[in-house]
Structure formats: C-alpha cells, structure tokens
Design a binder for this molecule. Structure first.
Ligand code: B16
Ligand code: MG
Length: 216
C-alpha cells in the first residue's frame, strides 16, 4: 500500500496565524482585554468556537449565546478581509517543492485542517490542485486532539491510518495524529511537539531525501 500524506494547513502550508491573531485581538479590544501573541499560541490548531471560549475565559467575560454567535461572525468577517490579499508568496518554504515531488510520484495527498476557510486559502495560494482530498472544519465534528480529521482524510485517500504521515505544527494536531496511529512530522519547537516521530524547527529544514524516506 502507498504512503498517504496528510498536511495541516495553518503553520504547515501557510502561516495565517498572524491574521487570526489580528482578528481575535480586535475582538478582545472590545472586551477590554489585551490579547497577546503568547495568548494566540493557545489558539493554534483549535477550532473557531473553542478559540472564542478561550478568549472569553482570558477576558473573564460571561457572554450570552447571542453575543457569541455574533462575535464568531464578526471575527470571521474580519479574518476573511485580512486574508483576501493572500497569494503564493505566503506559502511556507519548501512546501511547494514537497507537493510537486509527491504529485510527480502519484502519492495520495490530503489536507487535514481545523479551518473552515481551508479551501479558499488553498485556492488563493494556488495549491488546491495538489490535494486529492480536503478534510477541514466543515467536515469534522470533533476537533483535534480527536483523530477524526485525520482518520477521515485517510479514508478519503483509501490508505490505512498506519500508512499515513501527518505534518502538524500544533500540539493538539500531533496528539490527533498519534491517536490515529499515524506517523507524525512536527513543525516547530521539539519541546512542545515532543510526541511527534520527527520534528523540524521550520518547513525550510525538511529535505527532499527525508520526504522520500517516508514513502513506503
Ligand atoms: P477558521 P489548522 C486552524 O487551522 C488554526 O490553526 C486555528 O488558529 C483556527 O482557529 C482554526 O484553524 C479554525 O479556523 O476560523 O478559519 O475556521 O492549523 O488546523 O490548519
Ligand atoms: Mg496548524
């Protein structure tokens, strides 16, 4: 059976964390809370709804259901305006080369992301055609660290979970990949992503020979 490759989006293919940060920060300002880059770390790989819950906990604000609904819309509207100018210059280093190499060998490739905006982002940066399967926040009900997103991606690819490799930048994502019994390549601080099977400080450090070594 071939190896299936599954990529997280934010922090692996593109870095949209800075846009999520700006959008959450402006919402936090309305709650008189000073939302920092450090706070934003906890939001990586986490769903939009859970992110709002975290923000409300940080701001110690008890919101009504109606307020929450409205703020989720406001945050996403702001985020969409911030990403509207994204283009291929925002693809993280080495990612296009990896995707091209996998396509040339007809290796099955999926996206496994918590984002509900994954498809438009891949379109904007011109990478949509490299993915055989897209699983994002619109398809899954259980957020990472639950393995649902990656198990659904493996199913879509027709590859057994044990034969899949996941590229992830978030601790919750690494946990999800390991819960799915997949090989996990962490992108980021090894002290945070210690459960990953391999870890690189950035995508720029992933060599073609390493990628090749993952293919069965
Ligand atoms: P959206 P990933 C995640 O993407 C982001 O890391 C996280 O910060 C964001 O809250 C989540 O997507 C939901 O995004 O608001 O666009 O639906 O890392 O799983 O690709
Ligand atoms: Mg991520």
């Amino acid at each position: 059976m071939p190896t299936g490759f599954i990529f997280d989006l934010d922090g692996v293919i593109v870095d949209t964390a800075k846009y999520h940060f700006k959008a959450w920060q402006s919402l936090a300002k309305n709650l008189q809370y000073n939302f920092t880059e450090q706070d934003n770390e906890q939001f990586k790989g986490v769903s939009r709804v859970r992110s709002l819950e975290l923000l409300l906990e940080m701001a110690q604000y008890k919101a009504t259901e109606k307020e929450k609904e409205q703020w989720l819309i406001d945050k996403n509207t702001h985020y969409l305006s911030l990403i509207s100018h994204m283009n291929n210059s925002e693809i993280l280093p080495g990612i296009t080369e990896i995707l091209k190499a996998l396509k040339a060998q007809q290796i099955p490739v999926a996206l496994g992301s918590a984002s509900k905006n994954a498809q438009p982002i891949l379109e904007k940066v011109g990478l949509l055609s490299y993915f055989d399967v897209l699983v994002d926040g619109n398809e899954v009900t259980m957020a990472k660290p639950n393995p649902e997103v990656f198990l659904t991606a493996a199913k879509g690819l027709g590859v057994a979970p044990e034969d899949c490799v996941v590229f992830e930048d978030a601790q919750a994502g690494v946990a999800a990949a390991k819960a799915a019994k997949m090989t996990c390549v962490g992108i980021g601080d090894p002290a945070i992503l210690f459960n990953a099977d391999h870890c690189f400080a950035s995508t720029a450090e992933i060599t073609p020979s390493f990628v090749q070594s993952l293919i069965a």
